[in-house]
Ligand binder design. Sequence first.
Ligand SMILES: Cc1cc2nc3c(=O)[nH]c(=O)nc-3n(C[C@H](O)[C@H](O)[C@H](O)COP(=O)(O)OP(=O)(O)OC[C@H]3O[C@@H](n4cnc5c(N)ncnc54)[C@H](O)[C@@H]3O)c2cc1C
Ligand SMILES: NC(=O)c1ccc[n+]([C@@H]2O[C@H](COP(=O)([O-])OP(=O)(O)OC[C@H]3O[C@@H](n4cnc5c(N)ncnc54)[C@H](OP(=O)(O)O)[C@@H]3O)[C@@H](O)[C@H]2O)c1
Length: 450
Amino acid sequence: MGDDQVCEAAVLVIGAGPAGLYAAQELAERGAEVVLLNRDIRPGGLAEYGIYHSKHKTKAVLRAQFQKILQNPRIRYLGNVVVGRGGDVTLDQLRGLGFAAIVVAVGAQGTKWLGLPGEQLRGVYHAKDLIYYYNGLPPYSERTYEIGRRVAVIGVGNVMADITHWLVCDLKVDEVIAVARRGPAEVKFTRQELTYFAANLDTTALGEEIRRVSDRMRAVGQDPDVARDFILAALSGAAERAADTRVSFRFLSSPTRVLGDAEGRVCGLEVEDTELVLDETGDTRAKRLGTTHVLDVDTVVFCIGDRVSDELGLPVQWFSFVKNPTPAYPVGDISYEAYDPDACASIDGVFVVGWARSASEGQVALARKDARGCAEAVTAYIATVPRRDAAAPCAALMELIAGLNKPIVTAEDVLRLARIEAARAESCGDPGFRFTSNADMLAAIASDEG
Ligand SMILES: Cc1cc2nc3c(=O)[nH]c(=O)nc-3n(C[C@H](O)[C@H](O)[C@H](O)COP(=O)(O)OP(=O)(O)OC[C@H]3O[C@@H](n4cnc5c(N)ncnc54)[C@H](O)[C@@H]3O)c2cc1C
Ligand SMILES: NC(=O)c1ccc[n+]([C@@H]2O[C@H](COP(=O)([O-])OP(=O)(O)OC[C@H]3O[C@@H](n4cnc5c(N)ncnc54)[C@H](OP(=O)(O)O)[C@@H]3O)[C@@H](O)[C@H]2O)c1
């Protein structure tokens, strides 16, 4: 199938994060009539509610792109609609409406826990909840999170870096310890993300920590100096020190238990030493050694990636929705076809893209590339099925949505909200100003402003 193939049909895209928005754009450009359902009032997903709140320029560029997509006459945006069990409409209901294809682009909304004793204690959080909180996504923005003074952040990817950025620059906590089950050579954060709190790195402690694990690194052919230099390179572009927070790393340490006090609050994190074992691909994995230590912390934040939600109604495996291992419409080596492993068959006409296809993988640019691939697979699929009326499924969906008795947000509403917020941002001098409750957003949309 060529990239320029035309697909004149009605396609439903569920989820208006980067993957859903770019997929909608790509499909509309190929001639499809696209309806875009979104849980949140605002489009953008993690580009809106994940990217760090002070990255105003990046967010503004993406918002402008997304607003342009919503203005495509072939795309109809319907926000404030939750799809799935316990939501406003189920996937099965939507499948019954006659769309030529359904693209599931709902991201990874589930929470990945390790199942450790003590995970239910007060002061244990998953990064996603805190990220949604500080980026103003309801209902997280309206909840209270008890962050103490000494925080263990588990995982060493860019999400850990964002959370540490927040703990240092916004909350100004006393201490952050980043806990990694593998070593300094396997950190996943980028140098740029480290620069925001590099001035708070305890460099003496970093040197000692790398010396502590250097024999275990050399045992698998790693050079401790190279790993140390990568981390220290962030110092050259370090942002101004915003607080006295001490940031350190604890490598080759796998969390085993969160300890609680008499009030049910976190009072420590037990970790077990690990060593590195080379696998058949040359990558390393962490092997536990049996010896444990307790880190003196009062808060634990898991920054270990997300998983998709079971509530959507598609089978889940390895944190993501299941894809057909032998797809009929592969693009490169990627399968976009939702799959029922019990029936050993594709779920006809349902495709997955972005973090719904591969949870916690990559940045916005990757979601965009994935959306292009997905649109290609959908186009190829539609070419093989009998031609259907494009208007009827859209009309049926509008009827279903009208019966929900809740405010549905259109593209015009999104633009109006953006104008109102821009005016407020200007008048209060806060470029990041946005409404953080659904009630306030809906009231603004219904107001005379903008
Ligand atoms: C903390 C953090 C910071 C990041 N910072 C950057 C960065 O600086 N630069 C960068 O390039 N990338 C960044 N990323 C990565 C980037 O945000 C993701 O690659 C991208 O957002 C994934 O897009 P997606 O559309 O697959 O999922 P998401 O962005 O999660 O979008 C999912 C969409 O689906 C909707 N949805 C969810 N459930 C339902 C449902 N049941 N019914 C209907 N709609 C639903 C949501 O409302 C949302 O709009 C960051 C990620 C995180 C977690
Ligand atoms: N500014 C930005 O551009 C930005 C910001 C945030 C996120 N993002 C992107 O979003 C994606 C997701 O980021 P992420 O940080 O969530 O994921 P990530 O980069 O995969 O990092 C996850 C971390 O969690 C650890 N981990 C996973 N499972 C674990 C377990 N069971 N026990 C202990 N540790 C575990 C991983 O260790 P192992 O390596 O040992 O598995 C790794 O250190 C990435 O592509 C990232 O680049 C980008």
